[in-house]
Structures are given as structure tokens and as C-alpha cells.
Design a protein around this ligand. Structure first.
Ligand SMILES: NC(=O)c1ccc[n+]([C@@H]2O[C@H](COP(=O)([O-])OP(=O)(O)OC[C@H]3O[C@@H](n4cnc5c(N)ncnc54)[C@H](O)[C@@H]3O)[C@@H](O)[C@H]2O)c1
Length: 261
């Protein structure tokens, strides 16, 4: 299937890490010019270099999403070097595992800024051009916790759920301008983040990481963790011309992890 991404410009936030990097690589392979934004300059550079080595066009941006005052500058740089953003993939870093009760207000504010306010600010910066051009894709990656809250990931469960309400509202506001807005829900896709969470759980429970990972995989419908490419392929479809009638949705890429409908 030709996804019709040739000549499109994509901005992938958190694009240096597991999910974002696979998405950036996949969109580039489909012909998009890709800006890779990450707090870790080395990770952004490596992702962009990988795309360039495969013959694609990429721009690496060191970008701490919590720094809302640099949003305009960073997006302007993308526009100047790659053209106005047609596809925005919102991925933020994940918060530390904690209970939901008793977290200081400052902690909530800090993570709200990097995980929610950042997504809203970047989207608001790119949306006017998408609407003027009559075409755009805003794809927001969250977590299975927005459907089935995950114990001890309270900040993630609560903050990411607000993005679901935001994306759903946005979809109706921009639908007539050719812009779609969707949320993607990863289950357990094998990345550095999942390894980190398994390590933390192993420490808490006095088990080995292998034992934790095996129990975790056993809880998934297909019996294994996902591959980042399996996630990226779904995001690439949502970014495509072909997905023009898919909006306001929440698409699970969880291998059947979430038990409810
Ligand atoms: N992998 C999964 O199955 C899964 C499941 C549920 C939720 N998530 C969430 O999805 C997101 C991406 O997951 P991943 O597995 O690729 O994680 P990851 O840790 O492998 O990658 C995250 C990337 O985001 C970057 N980042 C972190 N803070 C940032 C900031 N303030 N500004 C800019 N970039 C920042 C990191 O440097 C890293 O490159 C995370 O928030 C994670 O919690 C992932």
C-alpha cells in the first residue's frame, strides 16, 4: 500500500527513543522528511543519521519538551529546513513509577508541563498551517494506562488520560480542515522504557528482571512484548493519506494486553 507520505514533513517528539525512533525511521522510509526531537541530543542525532544513511531526509533537534519557551523557535527551524509540519507525532518521556497518592503538587506540575502542556503547545504551534493547507495528522502516543490504569504508574495514568480528552475534542474542531487527531495506546513494546520499568518492579518485588518480564509477557494476549516496528507501522498508517476517515480515535497496539473491550 502506498501511504502517500512522499514529500510530507513529519515532526516526531521523543523521536530518539524506542517508539519514536521506530516511527521516525518508518515515516522516512515511506518518503516523509522527518524532524527528530529529543532531550537527548545524541539520541536525536543517531536517529537522524540512521535515516540519512538509508537515503532519507532528517533533521535532529535537541529539545526538552518541558521548555515551553522554545517551542516556536524549534518549530520555526523545522519549517525553515524541512517545510511546514504535516504530521505531528506527540511522544513524551514517561514519569517515574510512583503511587498516585501523596505526590507533591510540584511533581504533578513538573510532569504536567513535560507530558501534557508540551503536547498542547507544539500542536497549537503547527495546527494553523495544517488547517490552512487542508491536510494534517496529529498522532498522540499515550499508554495502555489510559484504558486500564497501571498500578504504581499514577502520574502516567492520570496525566495521559487528559490527552485523550484533548485529542478527542481537537478531532472535531479541526476535522473539516482535513486534519485528523488520534491517540495510540501502546501495551508493552520492547524498548528501554519497558526494561527500566521491569527493573524497577524486580527491585520492588525481590524478583529477577527475567521473572518479571516473563510474568508480564504471559499477561499479554499474544504472549510476548511488541516490537517497536509493530507500533510504528500502525502510526505510519494513521499518518497516511489512506487514514483520512480515522479521527477522534484511540487505537490500541497492545497485543491484546488490555482485558476489557
Ligand atoms: N514502550 C511501551 O510499551 C510503552 C507503554 C506505555 C507507555 N509508553 C510511553 O511512551 C513513551 C515513549 O516510550 P518508549 O518506550 O519509546 O520510551 P523511551 O524511554 O525508550 O524513549 C523516550 C524518549 O523520549 C525522550 N525524552 C524523555 N524526556 C523528554 C523530554 N522532556 N523532552 C524530549 N524528549 C524526552 C527520551 O530521551 C527518549 O529518547 C514514554 O513516555 C513511555 O512511558 C511506552
Amino acid at each position: 500500500m502506498d501511504l502517500g507520505l512522499d514529500g510530507r514533513t513529519a515532526l516526531v517528539l521523543g523521536g530518539g527513543g524506542g517508539l519514536g525512533r521506530a516511527i521516525a525511521r518508518t515515516l522516512a522510509r515511506e518518503g516523509a522528511r522527518v524532524a527528530v526531537a529529543d532531550i537527548d541530543a545524541g539520541a536525536a542525532d543517531a536517529a537522524a543519521a540512521e535515516i540519512a544513511a538509508a537515503g532519507g531526509r532528517a533533521l535532529a533537534l535537541q529539545w526538552d519538551l518541558a521548555a515551553l519557551d522554545i517551542v516556536d523557535q524549534r518549530v520555526s527551524q523545522v519549517e525553515a529546513e524541512l517545510g511546514s509540519v504535516d504530521i505531528l507525532v506527540n511522544i513524551t518521556g514517561g514519569p517515574p513509577p510512583t503511587p498516585v497518592a501523596g505526590q507533591p503538587t510540584e511533581t504533578w506540575e513538573k510532569h504536567f508541563r513535560s507530558m501534557v502542556a508540551s503536547v498542547v503547545a507544539v500542536s497549537d504551534r503547527v495546527l494553523p498551517a495544517m488547517r490552512r493547507n487542508g491536510w494534517g495528522r496529529v498522532i498522540t502516543s499515550t499508554s495502555s494506562g489510559v484504558v486500564a490504569p497501571i498500578p504504581n504508574l499514577g502520574l502516567s495514568n492520570a496525566l495521559r488520560m487528559s490527552l485523550v480528552g484533548w485529542s478527542k475534542t481537537l478531532a472535531r474542531e479541526v476535522g473539516r480542515d482535513g486534519v485528523t487527531a488520534n491517540v495510540v495506546v501502546p501495551g508493552r513494546i520492547a524498548t528501554g522504557r519497558i526494561t527500566f520499568l521491569d527493573e524497577q518492579k524486580a527491585k520492588r518485588d525481590g524478583r529477577t528482571v527475567e521473572e518479571v518480564a516473563a510474568a508480564s509477557a504471559a499477561d499479554i494476549g499474544v504472549g510476548r512484548y511488541g516490537d517497536p516496528q509493530e507500533y510504528a507501522d500502525v502510526v505510519a498508517f494513521l499518518a497516511s493519506r489512506n487514514a483520512s476517515y480515522v479521527t477522534g480515535g484511540m487505537i490500541r497496539v497492545d497485543g491484546g494486553l488490555i482485558a476489557s473491550v
